[in-house]
Design a protein around this ligand. Structure first.
Ligand SMILES: Cc1ncc(COP(=O)(O)O)c(C=O)c1O
Length: 398
């Protein structure tokens, strides 16, 4: 009997109609319902902070929304702007602005290379690839990107002028950068580079579901190393309120912000201020902390369920993974070079996973071992079925 036939015979509920998807870090309907319930009682505000929200203008966002962004990102109000619904879009625009116009200390060109700690976020890599930015994959140490490797690389190659960081509950590994790690990285950048762009994608800034180390606000550390003009912080409420209809924020030096606004003025006559006002009122009703607590109640049991299956595989020596303290993902490392086969077998049994190499620049997983698991979208019952399929496939292929 083939492996697929064996698994089908062992899981009586598994028929050809089964269709599960663990590819994307999407909030579940239950999470979105938490938010919808609160939004139901909020009327659309047409005026706030003395601003007519219905009209064009205020390219930096309304003050109350900027305050919200500063709270989420642990940044200063003056250095934070509130925009539309996606931080990834902001990042694309920042790369474009750095490429075409240049920021005072961050200019990109056809020769630019970026350091990319791996495994990382697939859309970051695709974005950089689209601009022809050469990506150099590099490893993590326990508390952030590997400082020794950064030292070796940026010392050797003058064209390296950027790094992409997801500093809290990194996608997909769950890394949380320590202050020490950040200081060491910034010191290297400050000593060796004038033209350098640090992307600080704090997508999971307040998404702890287990105890997580505190981090000093990164702007403060950047200030110590005179790197404020090199630091580009983004984040959003996508995984806090509504994934497709939240607010995204950008924080940086005032010089970078004014350059970016100048650039964006040719893209849009202003952000969606009605949605900004809605979000400000939302968080007057439900504090950020209580919102995150409610979401944790939905999310944490899903992580525990996945971890139950992965712990068993780990005990059998079949994989390695680190239990995340927050965020949206688990990074599965197969002990043998068979991730592609695992993905293929799961797919034939109705469980969709990201294609091999997705968490690496140019989709190249050098060890053929990494699979990103995104547990949030299915309900618990379906997630259990996903993990039954997954763990049976892993066991049979070893
Ligand atoms: C690290 C990271 N950045 C950005 C995003 C997308 O955020 P947004 O919805 O604000 O574009 C995600 C979504 O999964 C993510 O994991």
């Amino acid at each position: 009997m083939s492996i697929l036939e064996q698994i089908k015979s062992e899981l009586p509920w598994l028929d050809d109609k089964v269709s599960f998807d663990l590819t994307r870090g999407k909030p579940s309907a239950d999470q979105l319902n938490v938010t919808q319930k609160n939004f139901k009682h909020i009327e659309i505000p047409f005026e706030m902070d003395g601003i007519d929200l219905r009209n064009y203008g205020n390219p930096e966002g309304i003050p109350s929304a900027r305050k919200l962004g500063a709270q989420i990102l642990s940044t200063e109000f003056d250095e934070t702007i509130a925009l539309d619904n996606s931080s990834l879009t902001i990042m694309q625009q920042l790369v474009s602005c750095a490429y075409h116009l240049g920021f005072p200390k961050s200019k990109l060109s056809k020769k630019t290379k970026f350091l990319c700690p791996v495994p990382g976020y697939d859309r970051h890599f695709k974005l950089l690839e689209n601009f022809g930015v050469e990506m150099i994959a590099m490893p993590f140490q326990d508390d952030g990107p590997d400082v020794n490797v950064i030292n070796d690389l940026i010392f050797k190659d003058d064209d390296i002028s950027g790094i992409v960081c997801v500093p809290r509950h990194s996608n997909p590994t769950g890394h949380v950068y320590s202050d020490q790690n950040v200081k060491e990285i910034f010191e290297l950048i400050a000593n060796k580079k004038r033209n350098f762009m640090v992307f600080w994608d704090n997508a999971y800034a307040c998404h702890d579901f287990r105890e997580t180390i505190n981090q000093t606000p990164v702007m403060k550390i950047a200030d110590e190393y005179e790197l404020k003009d090199n630091l580009f912080i983004v984040g959003s409420t996508s995984k806090i309120t509504l994934a497709g209809s939240g607010l995204a924020f950008f924080a940086s030096s005032e010089a970078n912000i004014s350059k970016f606004i100048e650039y964006r003025n040719s893209l849009t006559p202003g952000p969606n201020k009605l949605n900004q006002g809605m979000h400000v009122n939302y968080f007057k009703k439900s504090s950020l902390q209580s919102q995150m607590e409610s979401l944790k109640e939905v999310i944490l049991p899903k992580f525990k369920l996945v971890e139950k299956y992965l712990d068993e595989l780990k005990k059998d020596g079949l994989c390695h993974y680190i239990q995340p303290s927050g965020g949206y993902f688990i990074s599965f490392e197969s002990s043998t070079s068979n991730a592609e086969q695992i993905i293929e077998h799961c797919s034939k049994l109705g469980l969709k996973l990201l294609p091999i190499g997705s968490c690496f620049p140019y989709q190249k997983d050098p060890k053929n071992s990494n699979i990103r698991i995104a547990p949030t979208f299915p309900n618990l019952e379906n997630l259990e079925r996903c993990m039954e399929i997954f763990s049976k496939v892993v066991k049979k292929l070893n």
